[in-house]
Write a protein that binds this ligand. Structure first.
Ligand code: ATP
Ligand code: MG
Length: 298
């Protein structure tokens, strides 16, 4: 898979509509290669995650952003299905609480960062503060900023802050992977219809989904601008075709695996002293066996 094709080149102005095919599947098909590759990558991921945990020098932060029904939840569910739950955490960012609004917009993300050795997933993220808040300027009012700090300059300023924040993370061993699941407006409608028509999926449908759909073009503009300014060498954006869920899952798993592979992590090697202790422990355990067999002979 040509992973680079999904990356937004730092500083480049993109058009989601013209430059990115939401239905792209490359040479893959659902039943054959893609499924096999996904299962294989899920296994690889479990192995990498085990080493990440043992080594305890790095963490991996995976950010998912998307329009509603693009498949964030199911991608997280599938891609992470083989991972030891102890080494993984998922945070879903909703509308900020009043406590969160009493802090700067990055505060709640700081608290949710994965510690070394772990994979942390942000289901939505601080990017909402340059997306939904940009599409709905009244949300900025709720953020209780001083009047002099509001205004149109705020978006460029936030892009810069986000880039610096991510640079800080990367400089501290927290690798940042960012995915935008790129679903078409038509496919979103199909998925909403399914949620409406399938009783087991009704709970997933929310009236606000339809409301936000009306702002589709505004969201696309906000996303395009965010990608242009926050796709960096140290934390690039990946735009993943999302009209076919099976392709989305496979592509995300592939990119996560390749990122972990790039880190070239290995299980920690034990010191001479630690090795001696291991050998002593082995002797003690073996002596227990000998004692047991002597007492059972008596
Ligand atoms: P799904 O609908 O698939 O269950 P979701 O991520 O859309 O998942 P919801 O509870 O439907 O979850 O929506 C969360 C909402 O919170 C989104 O509309 C999002 O834009 C909003 N939100 C998240 N962060 C912020 C923020 N910082 N400011 C304002 N709104 C935010
Ligand atoms: Mg939603």
């Amino acid at each position: 898979m040509d992973r680079d094709a999904f990356i937004v080149k730092p500083g480049s102005k993109i058009s989601l509509k013209k430059d990115y095919d939401t239905a792209f599947t490359g040479s893959y098909d659902q039943k054959g290669d893609a499924k096999i590759k996904l299962l294989h990558d899920i296994e690889r991921l479990a192995k990498y995650q085990d080493i990440l945990y043992a080594k305890n020098t790095h963490a991996l932060l995976i950010i998912f952003q998307a329009m509603d029904a693009a498949g964030k939840d199911s991608t997280i569910k599938h891609v992470m299905s083989g991972i030891n739950p102890q080494g993984c955490q998922v945070f879903s960012f909703k509308q900020p609480s009043s406590e969160e609004l009493n802090h700067g917009y990055l505060w709640r993300s700081f608290k949710a960062l994965p510690e070394r050795g772990r994979i942390g997933i942000f289901n939505r993220s601080y990017y909402e503060d340059v997306l939904v808040t940009r599409v709905h300027p009244e949300l900025i009012e709720k953020q209780q900023l001083p009047v002099s700090l509001k205004g149109n300059h705020i978006w460029k300023q936030r892009f810069e802050e986000i880039n610096n924040f991510e640079k800080y993370l990367v400089n501290n061993g927290i690798v940042v992977l960012k995915f935008f699941l790129n679903v078409s407006k038509k496919e979103q409608k199909n998925r909403f219809m399914k949620r409406i028509e399938t009783p087991e999926k009704n709970w997933k449908f929310s009236a606000s989904d339809i409301r936000e759909r009306n702002f589709w073009d505004d969201y696309m503009n906000a996303y395009e601008d965010a990608f242009r300014h926050t796709s960096t060498e140290w934390a690039p954006w990946h735009i993943i075709p999302a009209d076919h869920k099976w392709f989305t899952r496979m592509a995300v798993a592939d990119i996560v695996c390749s990122k972990l592979k790039e880190l070239k992590l290995e299980y920690p090697t034990v010191t001479e002293e630690h090795m001696q202790r291991i050998l002593q422990a082995k002797e003690i355990l073996q002596a227990e066996d000998r004692q047991l067999s002597v007492s059972s002979e008596q």
